[in-house]
Design a protein around this ligand. Structure first.
Ligand SMILES: NCCC[C@H](NC(=O)CCC(=O)O)C(=O)O
Length: 447
């Protein structure tokens, strides 16, 4: 069946800020407390969406979440009017207020794991929102994510949106950032590769020492079961714990796959040879030959990969054939990575085009092009059955840019989160957005 991949990018919300909330994510930690520019962040994201839509790629968006999360703040004992809740949180615990204000849902690679219909037992596309329970500021995203996914993929004949896994360390789940689908074609049955950082029920299994492993094998296996994947086409691979300790907090910081191509760093996996052999064998059963594009540490070190986000790129099958790699500007600013990329596109391999985007605002929080998008492969029928208002077009882009310019601040310092006006502005912005996207009652404040 013909199918097309849609990239659902997270529309950056009005409270985008640098709060240093993600221990183990080098960029988040090093830019802590600097000033952000939410307007520029949203416009950078929209420019990427527009460019890909214009090139004929399937492009859509997921809306930001309401901020601050008053339910979180109230559940932690802050009381009174909304303004009083903000002011007492700001005085007592600025870090909790920052967690309630985080615009982290913009990184939709962590919104959910998606299995397209050719892979699942009931022939529907399955979604499991990620519980993201390793970080307070991300641990409550799944509630609104499930609501948005159910609003967009509402037709239960085609789509199943599950609840997130139990929010406990045994089932730490970070969604599609640790999940890659390899296939002959988006519409053909594929192999779903799950990469985990540790094993809860096997304490002697290797795990990182310095930084947390956010994804467990148990979580990945549960998602595969929920989605009804054929066990012969689901592969579970351990990430190299040493690279997690070097800042590779998700597999999508060290590998990216598309079609039959896996672009990865030699230190991505705990056991490279066995992982690649297994993938090759399983993929061969679907009629596809794995093309492994391995980057050697002698060409690009793990530190360069983390600093440039070379692997947090989007690997895209062009409608007219061939593959393009969409990288952040930081890749061209790193001498070793820049040299490598020039060689890569000249090598005669599957990747023959580079697209470079300025996503600096997101990058400074450790989110590159791949973090900003959730891939959903859809048949024509499924694409027609989803909510159409989130599909990126010139017309939607032309409405969203002035909406951003009207509502978003161009500077946000940590202390600004204490300003009750920011909550009022955010609410007004999102209320108007639901009209633009045709998604009424998307947020609690609208019920
Ligand atoms: N896939 C990319 C995710 C980046 C995200 N960063 C953050 O949440 C940083 C937020 C802050 O520090 O303000 C994370 O680490 O999960």
């Amino acid at each position: 069946m013909t199918a097309r991949e849609y990239n659902f990018d997270g529309l950056v919300g009005p409270s985008h800020n640098y709060a240093g909330l993600s221990f183990g994510n080098v960029a988040s930690f090093s830019n802590v407390k600097s000033e952000s520019n939410p307007r520029e962040a949203a416009l950078q994201g929209l420019a990427k969406m527009r460019a890909l839509a214009a090139r004929g790629f399937g492009q859509a968006l997921l809306p930001p979440h309401a901020r601050p999360n008053f339910a979180l703040l109230r559940s932690l004992g802050f009381t009174g009017s909304d303004a009083q809740v903000i002011s007492s949180a700001a005085k007592t615990s600025p870090v909790i207020l920052a967690a309630a204000y985080s615009a982290s849902p913009m990184w939709t690679a962590n919104a959910a794991t998606v299995s397209p219909s050719p892979d699942t037992a009931d022939g529907r596309a399955h979604f499991t929102p990620a519980n993201l329970n390793n970080k307070l500021h991300r641990s409550y995203e799944h509630v609104q994510t499930a609501r948005a996914l159910r609003a967009i993929f509402h037709d239960e004949r085609h789509f199943a949106v599950h609840d997130a896994l139990p929010p406990t360390p045994a089932f730490g789940d970070e969604g599609a950032a640790n999940h890659t689908r390899l296939c002959a074609d988006h519409g053909a049955p594929g192999v779903e590769m799950f990469v985990y950082g540790r094993v809860e029920f096997q304490p002697d299994a290797p795990s990182p020492r310095r930084f947390p492993a956010r994804q467990t094998r148990e979580a990945s296996e549960a998602v595969a079961r929920l989605h009804g994947l054929d066990p012969r086409r689901a592969v579970f691979i351990q990430q190299d714990p040493d690279t997690i300790d070097q800042g590779v907090f998700h597999n999508d910081v060290i590998a990216v796959g598309n079609g039959n191509v896996l672009f990865y760093h030699q230190q991505a996996f705990a056991d490279e040879a066995a992982s690649l052999d297994g993938l090759r064998r399983v993929l061969a059963d679907t009629g596809a030959d794995l093309v492994a594009v391995r980057v050697d540490a002698s060409d690009v070190t793990v530190a360069d990969a983390v600093g440039s986000y070379l692997f947090n790129s989007q690997l895209l099958s062009r409608p007219e054939g061939g593959m393009a790699l969409l990288v952040p500007r930081e890749c061209r600013e790193n001498a070793a990575v820049d040299r490598y990329l020039d060689r890569l596109v000249a090598s005669g391999g599957p990747i023959d085009e580079l697209l470079t985007f300025d996503l600096r605002q997101s990058m400074r929080n450790g989110g590159g092009p791949a973090c900003l998008r959730l891939r959903v492969a859809l048949t024509e029928q499924e694409a027609a059955a989803m909510h159409q208002g989130v599909i990126m077009t010139e017309a939607l882009h032309a409405r969203l840019v002035p909406w951003v310019q009207k509502h978003y601040r161009d500077r946000l310092a940590p202390a600004d989160l204490a300003d009750p006006q920011l909550a009022v502005e955010t609410c007004a912005a999102l209320d108007e957005l639901t009209g633009i996207l045709g998604l009424p009652s998307l947020y609690d404040f609208q019920c």
